[in-house]
Design a protein around this ligand. Structure first.
Ligand code: NAD
Length: 295
């Protein structure tokens, strides 16, 4: 394994500057993490309000670190200085790696990836932070599919250690090695996985959520399930709270993708807690109401 890792490290391109497309929850988090670990990053969005929000989030995280004595105002200024907000592609031109983190819509992602590919140099690596869309499918919009793969972060980016690096049909070893190296430089733990519905994490999580759905259908009390999983079993949180953090809209979409991808193993029951919450517009912490009430 050591030999393999060394060989992969040799293949990796140096990442001296990066870009992230989309300044939402994930794009903002990726920009903060990259900058705070020393890789300058351009954060591009189509919307000035989103850029302001993304920068605001980074400032909040840094202010929290100063409060806890883990950063100084000088470090805060330095990190913020490494994030360049942009509304057009010009500043993205020289990035070694570009992480696409726009809305989870195949057509929008395909268009954005094809657009940015025209602006960057031929050596640049493109990666998508998609949670559910096939990397090989997105690669079809590109002229250089070998320089593209998945780079799936988890929310909140600054806290969650894992990054799934997804190997598409045409992703080259150099591309995978470069994205692995960048994720490591960001202080994350990358794992390389094949392109399939749910990649790795959702293939583990959704059967767990199906078990939770089954318990509720059999009359279990959701707060009690959470309490047992958290306090007695020792996980950081139970399934209902976790779904509120992930977002019931996101979970509902991912559940459909899993059901479609694995019709025999992951078929959707007629009435399940995730779709009931989604239809009731109880999206979780993002709109202050999910399985629990947050205001
Ligand atoms: P979000 O809605 O918070 O942000 C999306 C951003 O993309 C918005 O700021 C929007 O203005 C911007 N955008 C839209 N079209 C654009 C374009 N053409 N060019 C540049 N920016 C554009 O979404 P999010 O939750 O940050 O999710 C982004 C991606 O990350 C999605 O693919 C999602 O599936 C994935 N993801 C989300 C989570 C999560 O928990 N939120 C976790 C892992 C992966």
């Amino acid at each position: 394994v050591k030999g393999k890792a060394k060989k992969a490290a040799k293949l990796a391109n140096k990442v001296e500057s990066a870009a992230v497309l989309g300044a939402g929850i994930m794009g903002g988090g990726i920009a903060y993490q990259s900058a705070s670990k020393g890789t300058p990053i351009v954060m591009k969005d189509i919307n000035q309000a989103a850029l302001d929000l993304g920068l605001g989030e980074a400032s909040k995280l840094l202010a929290g670190q100063i409060k806890r004595g883990r950063a100084t105002p000088a470090k805060m200024a330095k990190v913020l200085n490494q994030i360049t907000p942009a509304l057009d592609y010009a500043p993205v031109k020289n990035a070694n790696i570009i992480v696409e983190a726009v809305v989870e819509h195949p057509k929008v992602k395909a268009q954005v990836l094809a657009e940015v590919e025209q602006y960057v140099n031929e050596q640049a690596i493109l990666a998508s932070n998609t949670s559910t869309i096939s990397i090989s499918l997105l690669a079809k919009s590109l002229k250089r599919p070998e320089r593209f793969c998945g780079m799936h972060f988890f929310n909140p980016v600054h806290k969650m250690p894992l990054v799934e690096v997804i190997r598409g049909e045409h992703s080259s070893e150099e591309t995978i090695a470069s994205v692995v190296a960048y994720a490591s430089k960001m202080g994350k733990t990358p794992i390389v996985v094949n392109d399939c519905p749910g990649f790795f994490v959702n293939r583990v999580l959704f059967p767990y959520f199906a078990g939770f759905n089954g318990l509720l259908a059999d009359g279990a009390d959701l707060a009690q399930v959470d309490k047992i999983m958290e306090k007695q079993f020792g996980w950081p949180m139970g399934p209902a709270y976790l779904l509120d953090v992930v977002g019931l809209d996101t979970a509902n979409h991912a559940q459909s993708v899993m059901a479609e991808g694995f019709p025999e193993r992951m078929a959707k029951p007629n009435q399940d807690a995730i779709s009931i919450m989604f239809e009731a517009k109880r999206f979780g912490q993002k709109n202050s109401q999910g399985f629990y009430q947050y205001s």
